[in-house]
Design a protein. Structure first.
Length: 206
């Protein structure tokens, strides 16, 4: 059971979500700000899982600590899976959320509602200094909206219409609701349960 974990992301939205889900566990979460001289590697894997593992193993080597890395993105079926693993840099290497969202809207212009299906995918990799690797995956199905809606969340949340049980986009629900249904929330709940079991097992041996 790790006593502290380095969260290998510079995305403050992701870090906030991770901290909230794992808040009740006896684990200290460190961020990349604790390692200001650490430069992250190029994400040149061919899948979400490959990129998450690449980042986790790299930061383990650099810090000697347990590391949690995430790779996630949006898959739009009408576009053959775009933006996929390029979600964060869809409109270019220096693009932000606004540019990425506007490019996606342009690519989906005129596409009927029946062909706007999409899913968010998240793969979390927890890597140990002993080279053990643990993987957790979450998915959330939805549709691409015709315009930006909502002020919560980040990334493509304002364009992601939720399943029929919910109203609006991922950016129109609270963080607490998002944790229950989002791709990252589902992967994090799996990680939480795994860490909780590790904690329980350790306490039973003490």
């Amino acid at each position: 059971m790790p006593q502290d974990i380095v969260v290998a992301t510079g995305n403050q939205g992701k870090l906030r979500e991770i901290r909230q889900v794992l808040a009740d566990l006896p684990v200290d979460l460190l961020s990349l700000q604790n390692f200001p001289n650490l430069k992250m590697p190029v994400e040149d894997g061919d899948s979400f899982a490959a990129n998450a593992r690449l980042k986790a193993e790299y930061v383990v080597r650099k810090t000697g600590k347990w590391v949690l890395a995430d790779d996630s993105g949006l898959v739009v079926f009408h576009l053959g899976g775009e933006p996929g693993i390029y979600s964060a840099r869809y409109a270019g290497p220096d693009a932000g959320d606004q540019e990425n969202n506007q490019l996606l809207l342009a690519r989906m212009r005129g596409v009927p509602a029946a062909q706007r299906a999409a899913e968010f995918v998240c793969v979390l990799v927890l890597a140990a200094p002993t080279k053990e690797i643990f993987t957790f995956e979450g998915r959330c199905q939805g549709r691409i909206a015709y315009g930006l809606r909502g002020d919560e969340g980040f990334g493509y949340d304002p364009l992601f219409l939720l399943p029929p049980d919910f109203t609006g986009t991922m950016a129109e629900i609270s963080l607490q609701e998002k944790q229950q249904i989002s791709h990252r929330g589902r992967a994090l709940l799996q990680l939480h349960d795994w860490l909780h079991k590790c904690t329980s097992s350790r306490n039973s041996l003490d």
